[in-house]
Design a protein around this ligand. Structure first.
Ligand code: AHR
Ligand code: AHR
Length: 482
């Protein structure tokens, strides 16, 4: 198959947000306990309790942002249980996931984790069975410097300097009956959000707030109309059903891109109609594929090359949406719907999705460029129409010297010969990295951990024109230097 892409370096569409390829970790299954944290006394090699192989694998991804502690877990979590000497922390029954929560991993451990991996913390407060006061105290514990009780408590526990956590979520999926303390409708959630925002901002007026949104337009309308003046981002979650056939699964990012644009358009319309002055953008703070086998209590699955193609599709969409969706977090980093599988016997597996994050994170660029793709198509019910086999998005480095082309070949069978032309840029050399495996079902397992990985090849540049081959079902990042 032949295809062509034009990259227009003369008209950047926007700046790629620092927070765009974020991660999400939850107290659920073996994500935190066993995945991120094994404790200092574990036989598994660790650094102060943090599992070393996972720590190094996550560091390699350079995630800009980590959302924590949930998820559903946050709606029953009382943060004061998770600070102070480990031996004195209560073991609680976690009603969100019907599990035992030892509280060994709390706020200080989370901040430490973020520092170890160089990421910004994003804390979701308990707006389920928690109170605005409890949330405000959490902000105080993290961000205040005075002599008040909770700021002093942080110092007492060994952390002199405030953590300066900027980004806070008010609740999680409060629209769902599965959520502890869920709301009847958007109006009820708006009222609750206002109360939390008021108290949290009194403690630290500089914080940025993420409020609960969903795909239901009525909910979002009520939230923006009645509480839009107090939050900066509306949260949206999306899980693609893993049971979809390959061609449908890899078409879902088209639906997601449209859905996120629609949510934003509605937010803008409601702001205009009701004179909401505060700017509101979208936080796409949980997303992944969810396979039927990923069931409670562990919610594990082993994702494959097909899921890597889906993941590349979402990351390309997020680049194009850079002006309206500056925050995203992948659900989840380890063991739960995992990017990384960390077994209790000390073995670790990196999934094809992990490698997608690795090549995107390592080749981020700064501004997003306009790209035009000419490609053959197929029909998909998921996308509600034609799906191009090739999806491309490009970014450029701050100094303008390097263009990063992120390009998928969705075809299950055909190689694509891709011709790349440029406006306002003349490349001299290039390097292509990709994830393809041998089939869409290829995956890495504990028994065969290296089946799928990152492959690499040089790129031919002739008179400023580039021609590359895209393997079937591949996710590619092409780095082009001037
Ligand atoms: O990521 C797993 C769960 O999915 C989260 O706890 C919840 O927010 C979502 O429904
Ligand atoms: O698996 C439990 C819940 O079911 C998830 O949190 C939610 O997304 C789904 O409806």
């Amino acid at each position: 198959m032949k295809s062509r892409v034009i990259i227009d370096a003369t008209t950047p569409v926007g700046i790629l947000s620092e927070r765009c390829y974020g991660q999400f970790i939850e107290h659920l299954g073996e994500c935190i306990y066993g995945g991120i944290w094994v404790g200092r006394d574990s036989k598994i090699p660790n650094e102060n309790g943090y599992r070393l192989d996972v720590l190094n694998a996550v560091k390699d991804l350079n995630p800009p942002l980590v959302r924590w502690p949930g998820g559903n877990f946050s709606s029953g979590y009382h943060w004061e249980d998770g600070v102070g000497p480990l031996s004195q922390r209560p073991r609680r029954f976690d009603m969100a996931w019907m599990a035992e929560e030892p509280n060994f991993f709390g706020t200080d451990e989370f901040i430490d984790w973020c520092r170890l991996i160089g990421a910004e913390p994003f804390i979701v407060v308990n707006a389920g069975n928690g109170t605005p006061e409890e949330a405000a105290r959490w902000v105080e514990y993290c961000n205040l410097n005075g002599a008040t009780h909770y700021a002093s408590l942080r110092r007492k526990y060994g952390h002199e300097e405030p953590y300066r956590v900027r980004l806070w979520g008010i609740g999680n999926e409060l629209y769902g009956e599965w959520q502890i303390g869920f709301c009847r409708d958007g109006s009820e959630c708006a009222r609750r959000t206002l109360e939390f925002a008021n108290e949290m901002r009194k403690v630290d007026p500089s914080i940025e707030l993420v409020a609960v949104g969903c795909e239901d337009p009525e909910w979002n309308m009520e939230m923006v109309k009645e509480a839009g003046k107090c939050f900066d981002y509306l949260s949206i979650h999306y899980y693609a059903a893993g049971s979809k056939p390959y061609r449908e699964l890899v078409a879902t990012p088209i639906h997601v891109e449209q859905m996120l644009r629609n949510v934003y358009s509605l937010v803008e319309a409601v702001r205009r109609k009701h004179g909401v002055k505060r700017e509101i953008k979208i936080a796409f703070d949980e997303w992944n594929v969810w396979y039927p086998e990923a069931k409670e209590p562990l919610i594990t699955q082993v994702t494959r090359v097909r899921d890597a193609v889906f993941t590349g599709g979402i990351l390309n969409a997020l680049q194009r949406l850079c002006n309206i969706v500056p925050i995203s977090s992948f659900a989840q980093t380890v063991n739960v719907l995992p990017l990384i599988i960390a077994a209790s016997d000390g073995r670790m597996v990196l999934t094809p999705q992990y490698f997608v994050f690795k090549i995107y994170g390592g080749n981020k660029g700064c501004s997003v460029l306009r790209t035009l793709v000419d490609s053959e198509h197929y029909m998909s019910t998921e996308a509600g129409g034609y799906v191009p086999y090739v999806d491309a998005s490009a970014t450029v480095s701050k100094d303008g010297e390097t263009i990063f082309l992120h390009v998928l070949n969705r075809s299950e069978t055909d190689i694509v010969e891709l011709q790349v032309d440029f406006k306002g840029f003349t490349p001299k050399s290039g390097l292509q990295q990709f994830i393809a495996g041998e089939s869409v079902e290829d995956r890495n397992t504990l028994e065969e951990p290296d089946r799928v990985g990152i492959e690499q090849t040089g790129v031919d540049v002739l008179d400023g024109r580039v021609s590359i081959l895209l393997k079937p079902h591949s996710v590619n990042v092409v780095r082009l230097n001037r």
